[in-house]
Design a protein around this ligand. Structure first.
Ligand code: SAM
Length: 281
């Protein structure tokens, strides 16, 4: 029997996707996890009823949370991902030959375990087969406290600022990230929808600007996320995301990307006026 699944994006608007079966449904100590089969978006992971990833459009999110930082930093050797238990970000990071080690710090071991089982194309680099990847099941806030001056790039691939992810949007956390980065480090965090989440964006950018000298928002089109218009925050100690971006390295990359390219890298930082206004100081 086909079932229509709806996620509400506001009190009056939502997205509805036809599903054919539930592959996994269970509760961890942190959240409800469901993995379902859909007709048009492949397999879809939900946390507490919210769409996290689908097989069909995950390439957009994972291209865009990873490559802008990795093609701006001149020599990204050590990368940390906080959240991201589906493995999609780590898979993209592994395409960069300079990266010697990528650490995944995901709070919920069930997300990692079930992604390996049901979302193998996303989880291909976190299934134990890649010696350049280390997994930690831990709260990102706790993990980062113990690490100083260590990472070239840190990616915050988190859920929305509810439950265990609340602290990942606060100034105190960004200070810990700043300390965990090397002197020329870069952090990227998913930063919600400019269309629906102006308030979250405003406080997030305020918190980031209190810590990082360079903070620039960029955008991507992600069909299954609220409004389809999504954003990321590039925060950095010294490198600017378009002035210091290594265009030639991006252009001559030896792997394929279906969303990211060297032209889009610059274009993504051009924002519509209402999105700029969300983060105006
Ligand atoms: N692509 C998704 C999105 O934007 O909707 C996010 C991916 S999802 C796999 C994010 C992950 O962040 C979840 O698995 C969740 O368990 C994890 N997470 C939330 N709070 C965390 C924390 N404090 N430390 C580490 N991981 C956390």
């Amino acid at each position: 029997m086909d079932l229509w699944y709806t996620e509400k994006h506001s009190d009056n608007v939502g997205i509805t996707i036809k599903t054919t079966k539930t592959l996994f449904s269970g509760k961890s100590q942190y959240q409800q996890l469901d993995i379902v089969e859909t007709l048009e978006f492949g397999r879809m992971m939900l946390l507490d009823g919210l769409v996290m990833v689908t097989e069909r459009d995950e390439f957009i999110y994972h291209d865009m949370i990873t490559h802008p930082a990795l093609f701006t930093h001149p020599n990204p050797k050590k990368v940390l991902v906080i959240g991201g238990g589906d493995g999609g970000s780590i898979r993209e990071i592994m395409k960069h030959p300079e990266v010697e080690l990528a650490v995944l710090c995901e709070i919920d071991g069930l997300v990692i375990e079930k992604s390996i089982e049901y979302l193998p194309t996303m989880a291909s680099a976190i299934n134990g087969s890649n010696p350049r990847v280390k997994l930690h099941v831990d709260d990102g806030l706790a993990y980062i406290r113990d690490h100083q001056n260590e990472f070239d790039v840190i990616l915050v691939d988190s859920t929305d600022p509810i439950g265990p992810a609340v602290g990942l949007f606060e100034e105190n956390f960004y200070r810990l990230v700043f300390s965990a980065l090397k002197d020329d480090g870069i952090m990227i965090a998913q930063s919600e929808s400019p269309f629906y989440h102006a308030d979250i964006q405003k406080s997030m950018y305020h918190n980031l600007r209190a810590v990082f000298p360079i903070v620039e928002m960029y955008q991507a089109f992600i069909p299954t996320y609220p409004s389809g218009f999504w954003s990321f925050a590039f925060s950095s100690k010294i490198y600017h995301p378009t002035k210091d971006f290594d265009h030639d390295r991006a252009k001559n990359r030896n792997f394929k990307t279906r969303y990211y390219n060297e032209e889009l890298h610059r274009g993504a930082f051009m924002l519509p006026t209402f999105a700029r206004d969300n983060i105006a100081e």
